[in-house]
Design a protein around this ligand. Structure first.
Ligand code: PLP
Length: 398
């Protein structure tokens, strides 16, 4: 019998980070004491004022369809946020709200890519970019950015990767999984290369904007170089900063034709994002922001613990990430021992032997590494690190 599935499905894989989380959850359901460091979500609760706004939205009957691209209230809050945090001015028709940053990015690719169009994606990358590009018919062009260059793209690498078919360069800072943060100067240097290539646009994924460990380090392409702003899509959301992963609200600012095309896709697929979540997200963006600093202090304590501990384990090494809540750890010296051939084997081994869920670097386009998400309590991180150390000691002796 011929398959009902479309040809495009042959090239798409399910999100590996969600797969690890699912496997860890099923082991836990069978009684194993699994520590899951696989998922990319903060363990903090959604702030109370935001929860209240969600409850208010239900009580006051904000429960109907809204405008497809987002309510006037939330779009106004987003424009305010872009001005306040990034010094970026967008008009109402230059802003769209989607079902998480994920839908916003997906719709942007769907709205702009034709078969054969290329998208430059620096590796290690967030797992979904290449598959989204493929779903939209485009061709991901993966550029490996090694640890020796801080997991960051250089201007020379961009110049080399660009062709006449390049439509987008994806930039994600702070980066998932590397935690690397591009400085203003580094972004300006990339912008200088792009000045000679007006057909290349920048997809700036700023999802971890607020999770940075030095003050004033966050920079985003559209505000670093105003000449680039017309061809930058600035994508952000409330999932990570405001611990609202389940509310599913992301947004973008950019060229109104691109935004309009994204809204058209949304109008024929999901319609508006959840009305209740939109009201809550407006509260998150407009409300008191100081708790972000307090939460970052907690993240910093966890980051320092994990990085220092793992750097003391023979066979493992990692650089100090400047943002996000991930550590990207090199395990190459341990490969080849005890039948462990790859980072995928390594992550499987740690999960089955020590019940710690990690994501293999291969999922992010970077072999020989694994990602630790430290968005969980210090106690659990301490226990997980001890277990990882024990497994590595066993492997070294194998
Ligand atoms: N971009 C990056 C770099 C991410 O890590 C994530 C989530 O893990 C997203 C986008 C999507 O975020 P959301 O949960 O808002 O869809």
């Amino acid at each position: 019998m011929s398959s009902i599935l479309s040809k495009r499905m042959a090239h798409i894989k399910p999100s590996p980070t969600l797969a690890v989380t699912k496997k860890a959850a099923s082991m836990a359901a069978q009684g194993a004491h699994v520590i899951s460091l696989g998922a990319g979500e903060p363990d903090f609760p959604t702030p109370d004022s935001v929860k209240e706004a969600g409850i208010d939205a239900i009580r006051s009957d904000m429960t109907r369809y809204t405008a497809v691209a987002g309510t006037a209230e939330l779009k106004e809050a987003i424009r305010h946020k872009f001005k306040r945090d990034n010094n970026l001015t967008y008009t109402d028709d230059e802003v769209i709200v989607g079902v998480g940053g994920k839908q916003v990015l997906y719709n942007a690719f769907m709205a702009t890519l034709d078969v054969g169009d290329e998208v430059i994606i620096p590796a290690p990358y967030w797992v979904s970019y290449p598959d989204m590009v493929k779903l939209a018919g485009g061709t991901p062009v993966i550029v490996s950015c090694g640890e020796e260059q801080g997991f960051k793209l250089s201007p020379a690498m961009v110049r080399q990767a660009m062709t006449e078919r390049t439509k987008w360069l994806v930039l994600n800072s702070p980066g998932n999984p590397s935690g690397a943060v591009y400085s203003r100067q580094e972004l300006q240097a990339l912008a200088n290369v792009l000045k000679d290539a007006p057909h290349v646009w920048v997809m700036s994924d700023d999802m971890y904007e607020h999770i940075v460990y030095a003050s004033d380090v966050f920079a985003t392409m559209a505000s670093v170089d105003p000449a680039m702003k017309p061809r930058v899509l600035t994508v952000n959301g409330v999932s990570k900063a405001y611990s609202m992963t389940g509310w599913r609200i992301g947004f973008a600012g950019g060229d109104r034709h691109v935004i309009g095309a994204m809204a058209k896709i949304q109008s024929q697929s999901t319609s508006n994002p959840c009305s209740i979540s939109q009201h809550a997200a407006a509260q998150a963006l407009l409300g008191e922001q100081h708790f972000l600093v307090e939460r970052n202090e907690r993240f910093r304590e966890r980051r320092d613990y994990v990085v220092n501990f793992l750097n003391d384990v023979e066979g493992l090494s990692c650089r100090m990430p400047e943002g996000a809540f991930y550590v990207f750890v090199c395990c190459r010296p341990l490969l080849g021992k005890g039948g462990i051939k790859s980072d995928i084997d390594f992550a499987d081994y740690i999960l089955s032997e020590e019940k710690v869920a990690l994501v293999a670097g291969t999922a992010f386009g970077c072999e020989g590494y694994f990602r630790v998400s430290y968005a969980t309590s210090l106690e659990l991180l301490q226990e997980a690190c001890r277990r990882i150390k024990r497994a590595c000691e066993r492997l070294r002796k194998a």
